[in-house]
Design a protein around this ligand. Structure first.
Ligand code: ASP
Ligand code: MG
Length: 495
């Protein structure tokens, strides 16, 4: 809210001296008959479309992308793109080889990656554009080779040069996307992402500098949009205050899309990936799981925590802060259902949205007569987990015992040994957490009755509700998991 208040109202002069900054509240109020109306329409909030690695995995995927963007020309798209699938992994491996002195192995890997780009370019571009892209690929190959040799000779340069090498994946995919869009008749304009996303100097996982990024992104992209062109930029890439290339951490292209969407006050940010949004349950467990129409940010975060690999909620925070909704779309099946994650406004209570779960969980119970009426006991227990850097998921306490669940069991033996100095410890492994998710569940009577009523013969080992208003979470034996999730799914969504 604070930030938005700084912007001029529609029609006023923005910091860029032009009428670029769109006021979303007034966008409906455009009269296309008048000169002013047409000008106003050109200020319609842009649509940020981010395509992940599998959405640019090969020539066929690039061609689908061009169709998807072309169909949405009227919505003023801005395209943010990941590296082609597996390219970032390949570049990370090349840096690793180079730092171990195996520069020939690094070169071989890079040659393969360059060849994949070339194949896509030759398939989709006319001779002239293919030649231009081919030249850019040759320059990239040479520069990456030089950088890798510097890393081999001076291992201390590895961190900053990692970003320089690894960011080439997005640089090349975005160049190729811009060329493919032009070949399909969309006037696309490649934008160097360094010029938009400004970060601190924390190489390999830089944090964006929000104000500078917002101003730079507007300054770069708004003139392109105003010319009626489609800006295309690589995700993941940033630049430090001294101009050096940085990257936003693995998976960082979603973050770029959110930053761009927030800076432009986009109408929506679309994350085009290879799944049809968030589902009511894991389809491997419930074959009839359906795509959720909409989710609140908190619900999406909860589902992501429980392993929905659709997107990392932290990465869309900038969008949420500006009230820009995020939609998950399937680039392999553009007509398939999508999930919209609402911006700042949380939808009100809509009942149960999804059943999430996590397997391989351990439950640790510590019982001690010392706990009776004592204080400091919980702290002593948590300090043990702290020392072993192990996160605890659920906690339940009784008069003389504490039960906890954790999914990271790597340090469990050491943890148990220390906990035994505090009381009697019992460990149950191969358990599963089930989480019934929905905004406002805490305030809705009868949810617990429906959940546990569907499971009369199931041993419930631990229950947690109330810490957040959006979930009811409990632990069951791992071998009952599929049955439990399946039954809850039919209870709340039918079969
Ligand atoms: N290409 C980068 C990665 O694989 C960033 C992204 O795809 O989001 O981590
Ligand atoms: Mg991703």
């Amino acid at each position: 809210m604070l930030r938005r208040a700084k912007w001029p109202a529609a029609g006023a002069r923005s910091t860029f001296g032009k009428h670029y900054i769109h006021d979303r509240r007034r966008s409906w109020d455009v009269n296309m008959e008048s000169e002013a109306g047409i000008r106003a329409a050109s200020r319609v909030a842009p649509l940020v479309m981010k395509f992940g690695g599998t959405s640019v995995e090969d020539g066929a995927a690039f061609a689908r992308l061009a169709g998807i963007v072309g169909d949405r020309r009227a919505e003023r798209p801005v395209v943010v793109v990941s590296a082609m699938s597996r390219v970032t992994d390949g570049l990370v491996a090349a840096v690793q080889y180079a730092s171990e002195g195996a520069v020939e192995s690094a070169d071989r890997g890079v040659d393969e990656l360059i060849a994949r780009h070339r194949t896509a370019a030759e398939r989709l571009l006319d001779a002239r554009e293919a030649e231009a892209v081919g030249a850019a690929l040759e320059v990239a190959r040479r520069e990456i080779g030089e950088l890798l040799r510097v890393i081999t000779a001076h291992p201390g340069t590895r961190r900053p040069l990692y970003d320089e090498v690894v960011s080439r994946g997005e640089r090349l995919s975005s160049l190729l996307v811009a060329a493919v869009l032009r070949a399909s008749g969309v006037p696309a304009c490649w934008v160097d992402a360094h010029r938009c996303i400004r970060t601190n100097a924390e190489h390999t996982r830089a944090d964006p500098l929000m104000k500078a990024t917002e101003a730079a992104t507007q300054a770069e992209l708004v003139p392109i949009l105003t010319r009626g062109e489609v800006p295309v930029l690589g995700g993941f890439i940033g630049s430090a205050p001294d101009g050096a290339t940085t990257t936003l951490g693995r998976g960082g292209s979603d973050y770029t899309a959110a930053l761009v969407g927030a800076a432009l006050r986009a109408s929506e940010i679309q994350i085009w990936t290879d799944v049809s949004g968030f589902l009511t349950a894991d389809p491997r467990v419930v074959p009839g799981a359906r795509t959720l129409d909409n989710l609140s940010y908190a619900e999406a975060a909860e589902l992501a925590y429980f392993g929905a690999k659709v997107l990392h909620p932290k990465t869309i925070q900038p969008a949420v802060e500006h009230g820009v909704p995020v939609r998950i779309c399937n680039s392999r099946d553009p007509g398939a259902p999508t999930t919209r994650i609402e911006g700042r406004r949380e939808p009100s209570d809509q009942g149960v949205k999804a059943i999430a779960h996590k397997t391989g969980v351990a439950v640790v119970q510590i019982a001690s007569a010392r706990m009776l009426g004592a204080y400091g006991f919980l702290r002593a227990i948590f300090e043990v987990f702290d020392r072993h850097q192990t996160a605890v998921d659920l906690v339940a306490t009784s008069e003389v015992s504490v039960s906890l669940s954790l999914d990271d069991t790597a340090r469990l033996p050491e943890i148990v040994r220390e906990l035994e100095t505090l009381g009697t410890v019992r460990v149950e492994e191969e358990r599963a957490i089930v989480c019934v998710v929905g905004q406002g569940l805490r305030a809705r009577p009868g949810i617990a009755a429906s959940v546990f009523g569907a499971l009369p013969d199931v041993n419930i080992l631990l229950i947690s509700q109330g810490a957040s208003s959006i979930n009811l979470t409990f632990v069951v034996e791992g071998d009952r998991l599929c049955e439990v999730v399946g039954r809850l799914h039919s209870t709340f969504f039918g079969s």
